[in-house]
Every structure is written in structure tokens, then in C-alpha cells.
Design a protein around this ligand. Structure first.
Ligand SMILES: Nc1nc2c(ncn2[C@@H]2O[C@H](COP(=O)(O)OP(=O)(O)OP(=O)(O)O)[C@@H](O)[C@H]2O)c(=O)[nH]1
Ligand SMILES: [Zn+2]
Length: 360
């Protein structure tokens, strides 16, 4: 396996300084050794080195002033291969992270939880059943937008419904040009649709709530043991081993990072991404007459005006309000507003339907 197979590119090579490069036997070498983090634990982590092995992991320790919380699966580090000491963390191409700003934390206490680093694509996994929720998808789309990572909505369990159209259309309506893939995660041929994001050097992170089929997808993509459901990979002697790592090599040549601890996000975790995902609404809301406008029925509300003029889609505005409604970190007052707004929208739609009926 080469460094490039592991995801190394000019972006990382350009961060090396002269003293990182040595030559032995006339061959250029990078010392300390570039390695990619495959698992983060409490006091140490594990990493895969691209040179001279076939994917075996090595235990590493963070530099003195840092702890493992400063590192994410997918990170590139330079490390001393003999002692396992990390010398330096390389700048990230992308990082999926959530802002931990819970209701009991003050503004100054904001901190980030790292989810995955140096990822090209985020597979947002949901299925054709009750766990398909637009507000859940919106939050993960916001996460991808915030990180500058390409989102792909993967809808599993296509085989359990007569038609997948309803799910597909709802997902597509979330954002223009959004990529949506519908499949049976247990079917190898269906999974080939995902290969285009999983080629050599490419990295994908996988998120989804419990039971949607993440392990099934991962096992299928990696060509692993479906029967036992365990993640089995070849160690450096070619033997099969069950691993608990989070960075998995897949059949198409790339890497998939699973994120078992991240099944749910709160609005506050991804505020910047929400701002981008709903850019038109965020921008228009700056022109509301009242600074603290709740966009419910206030005079001079630029959002309601936008809807009535057709400049803002009513369903997008409803989604935006719904996000606040489903968020348990929102204040009581904000949630009431969101409820009020939803009811108003419903009433308006009812009137519209009635009028239409009368015209006939
Ligand atoms: N019919 C059908 N079943 C599926 C599909 N994908 C997953 N399943 C089944 O759904 C169940 C849950 O799948 P998992 O892959 O374990 O789901 P998960 O998201 O990893 O769940 P957690 O480990 O709880 O996070 C298993 O019994 C799978 O066989 C699919 O596309 N079609
Ligand atoms: Zn307003």
C-alpha cells in the first residue's frame, strides 16, 4: 500500500519541511513517518502507515501538550515509528466536527467534538421507513456543508417497500443537486452505486441512526463477513482479524470511517452549516423590521414577505422552523413560536385548499 492509497496528496506533502525529508540508500524518505489515525482511544490512538505494510495498525501517543481529543480518525500525523510518539499533526483538508455548546454552557465554553478528518464524502444513511426524518437529514447536511464535504444521502431497505419514489423525492427536495442513492444494503450489485466515492485515496465518513444498515453497508463495501456482522480485515500477514478500528479499507480501494457515537445532532452543534444550507432564509432574515423577529406574524417580516412574493419557498421555511421545533436545546419561547408558525401555515394551506374547492 502506498501513501497515496491511504489518502496522502500534495496537500499533505506541501506541509513537509526540509528536515522531514532524508535520504537513505539514495532513496528519499519522510522521517518521522506519515501515518493516518484509524482509531482514537482515551490516552492513545492507533494509526496505519502507508509504507511497507499492508494496513497493520500501530499504537501512537499524542505529543506532550496535547491529548487524544485533539485528534480525529482520518487525521494525518508524523510520528516516530519506534517509540510511537506523534511529532506533529498535519493541517486537515476537511474536518467533520460539532460545536458542543449545550444549554448549560456559556458562550466562552464552546468546544468542538471531532468526528472525522480529511474526508471527501459524507454518506448520510437513512432507510425507507419510520427513521426517515427530514429534520434529521437537514442537521447532517448542515454538518457536511460546514465541513465543505460532499454529502450523499443513502437510503437503505429499498427492498422492503413497493416504491421508493416517495423517499427519494423527499430527500432530493432538501437541496438542489443533492446526490441521493436508494439501495438494498445487503445487495452487492446495489452497493456498486457507491464505488464512485470509494476509489483509491478517497475517504468517506458514514453516519446514520441505529438499525438503518450502517454495518451492513460497511461490511458490503469492504467485502467483509456479512454472516457474523463483524468487521473483518486482513492483517499484515494476510490473516483475517476482527478489528474495532474506525477507518476501514473498502473493496474499491478507498476508506470508510464509521462514526458509531454520532447518531444525532442538535441545531446548536451545526449552526454555521445551517446558515449555509438555508442561506437564502438566513440572508433575508437580516432584513426583518424587528431585530428579534420570530418570523411568525410580525409586521415587516422579510421571510413572510418573501414567501408571499414567491421568493422563499414555504416548505423550506417550514423545514427551518421545524428544525427549531425538534431541537431540545431551544428555549421554550422559540419552540412555541415554531409551533405557532406551523399551525399558521397549516391553516393557510387549509384555506387555500378550500378556496380551490370552491372555485371548481
Ligand atoms: N431488507 C433489508 N434489510 C437491511 C438492509 N440494510 C440493513 N438491513 C438489516 O437491518 C438490520 C440492521 O442493520 P445494521 O447494519 O446492523 O444497522 P446499523 O445501522 O449498523 O445499526 P447499529 O449497529 O445499531 O448502529 C440488520 O438485520 C440488517 O440485515 C436493507 O437494505 N434491506
Ligand atoms: Zn421575520
Amino acid at each position: 500500500m502506498s501513501l497515496e492509497d491511504l489518502g496522502w496528496s500534495d496537500f499533505f506533502q506541501d506541509q513537509l519541511v526540509q528536515s522531514d525529508l532524508t535520504s537513505s540508500d539514495g532513496r528519499a524518505q519522510i522521517l518521522p513517518v506519515p501515518m493516518r489515525i484509524s482509531r482514537v482511544q482515551r490516552v492513545r490512538f492507533r494509526a496505519i502507515s502507508g509504507v511497507g505494510n499492508s494496513g497493520g495498525e500501530q499504537v501512537l501517543y499524542p505529543p506532550k501538550e496535547q491529548n487524544t481529543g485533539d485528534f480525529a480518525v482520518g487525521d494525518w500525523v508524523l510520528a516516530d515509528a519506534d517509540t510511537g510518539q506523534v511529532v506533529r499533526l498535519l493541517k486537515r483538508k476537511s474536518v467533520l466536527q460539532r460545536l458542543m455548546a449545550g444549554p448549560n454552557r456559556s458562550e466562552g465554553e464552546r468546544s468542538c467534538q471531532l468526528i472525522a478528518a480529511n474526508v471527501d464524502t459524507l454518506f448520510i444513511v437513512t432507510s425507507c421507513n419510520a427513521d426517515f426524518k427530514l429534520s434529521w437529514l437537514d442537521l447532517f447536511l448542515a454538518l457536511a456543508f460546514e465541513a465543505g464535504v460532499h454529502p450523499v444521502i443513502v437510503i437503505t431497505k429499498a427492498d422492503t417497500v413497493e416504491s421508493t419514489r416517495k423517499w427519494e423525492e423527499q430527500a432530493r427536495s432538501l437541496s438542489p443537486d443533492l446526490t441521493v442513492v436508494v439501495l438494498d444494503a445487503r445487495n452487492g450489485d446495489d452497493l456498486r452505486q457507491l464505488d464512485q466515492w470509494c476509489g483509491p485515496g478517497q475517504s468517506v465518513a458514514l453516519v446514520g441512526s441505529s438499525g438503518v444498515g450502517k454495518s451492513t453497508l460497511l461490511n458490503g463495501l469492504a467485502g467483509l463477513d456479512q454472516a457474523t456482522g463483524s468487521i473483518r480485515e486482513k492483517d499484515d500477514r494476510g490473516r483475517h482479524t476482527t478489528t474495532a478500528r474506525s477507518l476501514h479499507r473498502v473493496r474499491a480501494g478507498g476508506w470508510v470511517i464509521d462514526t458509531p457515537g454520532i447518531q444525532r445532532l442538535r441545531l446548536q452543534d451545526v449552526m454555521t452549516g445551517i446558515g449555509r444550507l438555508f442561506g437564502d432564509i438566513t440572508e433575508a432574515s437580516k432584513h426583518c423590521h424587528f431585530r428579534d423577529c420570530k418570523h411568525e406574524k410580525e409586521p415587516g417580516c422579510a421571510l413572510l414577505e418573501g414567501v408571499s412574493k414567491g421568493a422563499i419557498s414555504a416548505s423550506r421555511l417550514e423545514r427551518w422552523h421545524n428544525l427549531r421545533l425538534t431541537d431540545d436545546t431551544q428555549s421554550e419561547a422559540d419552540r412555541d413560536t415554531a409551533v405557532g408558525w406551523r399551525e399558521q401555515l397549516k391553516a393557510e394551506e387549509k384555506t387555500k385548499r378550500k378556496n380551490k374547492f370552491r372555485k371548481r
